[in-house]
Design a protein around this ligand. Structure first.
Ligand SMILES: *Cc1c(COP(=O)(O)O)cnc(C)c1O
Length: 469
């Protein structure tokens, strides 16, 4: 049979619309979506036929059921939200690809009321005159960090770019070679500096930079000294860098501002809670750094944002920079940031209600108790699995505390009928995607980053992906 004849036997769009299964589908999926998927399926089928020849072509029969199956499947898939919640069983608390910090449940109502209603975004309630978007968070950030002034932009990369562009455009910025880092997601210090129009003057060596390295590079073109927190790695052993205090003193002596990209930073000293040291914004401000930049969605535990705190005279200049308008944050970010920051007014409350801080400091026996609970739920289903509770380590992520290994408890699973790689794959493709790790040929679910209300979904996913014994 020739191809033309086969092609002419393909059903029309209208014929398919009268198919029983498609009629059922139309009860749930809008007609224009279904019609579009019918056209796509027919087009793929046409291409498939055109690519065939010889024996395969001769034996070929059009399979209406297959076309209908594809239309139904693809229509349902098209209707699903792409950006949706997943379960993080990997134990990395600040996972950039999974959305970094989780917002606190306690701010839900505040965020939603501003998102779905008119708000005080840029209006002064007392005078009725136009207000300033950032004003909502300025006082509270000043209160927490003791900085003179504040500016908030879209993310920390934008904050660094804005600070450099405002304070050092067409001039030189001195930075240690040990701090020319790349932070995931294509933030590379030398590239950011180039984009901001400043000239990078790198001093010292990879492992050691001394105060006199900076000092001897200073000249009349020097606009700033830049310190970058080497967030996601550490040089250990024969290594040394210049402390903030010395750098600030050098800046003062030469009348040159110091900018610090602190990366994550943290607003509470985590050592009190048994974690390793991570620099706090308060320390940098107290040390006299002129401008400090940090992320809103790392250890701060808020929405994606870049915060700049420091001397008013530079912040005033930044406000006039056109980049500030381009880097402007939206009201969703702003309300989530203000509501999150308000939790810090009571540190105890912050530790309990900000998910990032709560997950990082959850006591080991509490994680163990939660692991036992999920274990019990899985075992009760009598699935074709070997399940146990194991000890393991979680990571902080987000370029914070890179050396911190947090002891944790995990559920480890070995399916009897499929490999661990297959199980990992199926859990990830579940309707609520479940991200796990494979360790020693076992699938691992770290309880630290799993919420109790997600246990039922995990159990259901296992039931559906491996079935009963
Ligand atoms: C994470 C990080 C950045 C980038 O911050 P974003 O908020 O993701 O833009 C920049 N510098 C350092 C040191 C970081 O750790």
């Amino acid at each position: 049979m020739d191809k033309g004849k086969i092609l002419s036997k393909l059903p029309s769009v209208d014929e398919l619309l009268n198919n029983k299964k498609i009629i059922n589908l139309l009860e749930k999926v809008p007609r224009n979506v279904v019609v579009n998927e019918i056209r796509n399926s027919l087009e793929r089928y046409r291409k498939k036929i055109l690519s065939m020849d010889g024996e395969i072509l001769n034996k070929f029969k059009i399979d209406i059921d297959e076309i209908v199956f594809n239309v139904v499947d693809n229509s349902h898939e098209f209707m699903e939200m792409n950006l949706r919640e997943v379960i993080n069983g990997m134990g990395t608390v600040l996972h950039t690809n999974l959305g970094r910090a989780l917002l606190s449940e306690t701010i839900r109502e505040r965020v939603w009321s501003v998102a779905s209603g008119y708000s005080t975004l840029e209006i002064d309630v007392l005078t009725g005159k136009r207000g300033i978007r950032y004003s909502h968070v300025i006082e509270i950030i000043k209160f927490i960090t003791k900085a003179e002034d504040v500016l908030v932009v879209n993310n920390n990369a934008a904050a660094v770019m804005l600070a450099l562009s405002t304070m050092a455009k067409d001039r030189e910025v001195i930075v240690s070679r040990g701090e020319l880092v790349e932070i995931g997601g294509s933030f590379r210090v030398p590239d950011v500096m180039e984009q901001s129009g400043t000239r990078l003057v790198d001093v010292g060596t990879t492992n050691k930079t001394h105060l006199w390295d900076y000092e001897s590079a200073i000249n009349e073109n020097t606009a700033a000294l830049l310190k970058v927190h080497t967030s996601n790695y550490r040089i250990l052993g024969f290594a040394d860098s210049v402390g903030l205090g010395d750098l600030v003193e050098l800046g003062k002596k030469n009348n040159i501002p110091v900018i610090e990209d602190i990366g994550s930073g943290v607003l509470v000293d985590l050592r009190k809670y048994g974690l390793m040291y991570e620099p706090t914004e308060q320390e940098s401000v107290a040390a006299g750094v002129d401008e400090v930049t940090f992320s809103g969605d790392k250890l701060l535990g808020g929405p994606q944002a870049g915060i700049i705190v420091g001397k008013k005279r530079y912040i005033d200049k930044m406000k006039k920079n056109q980049l500030t308008r381009a880097f402007r944050i939206g009201k969703l970010t702003l309300v989530a940031l203000e509501a999150t920051l308000r939790l810090y007014l009571d540190e105890e409350k912050a530790m309990k209600s900000i998910p990032t801080l709560r997950m990082l400091t959850e006591p080991l026996d509490s994680i163990n108790a939660r692991a036992k609970m999920l274990y019990g739920m899985i075992v009760s289903k009598k699935l074709d699995l070997d399940v146990s509770i194991g000890e393991n380590y979680s990571e902080v992520g987000g370029g914070a505390l890179p050396l911190e290994k947090l002891p944790t408890y995990v559920i480890t699973i070995k399916a009897k009928n499929i490999s661990s790689a297959q199980l990992e794959d199926r859990l990830r493709k579940y309707s609520t995607p479940i991200f796990t790790r494979v360790n020693d040929d076992r699938v691992i679910i770290d309880l630290r980053t799993v919420k109790e209300k997600q246990y039922e979904t995990i159990v259901q996913a296992l039931v559906e992906t491996v079935g009963k014994q």
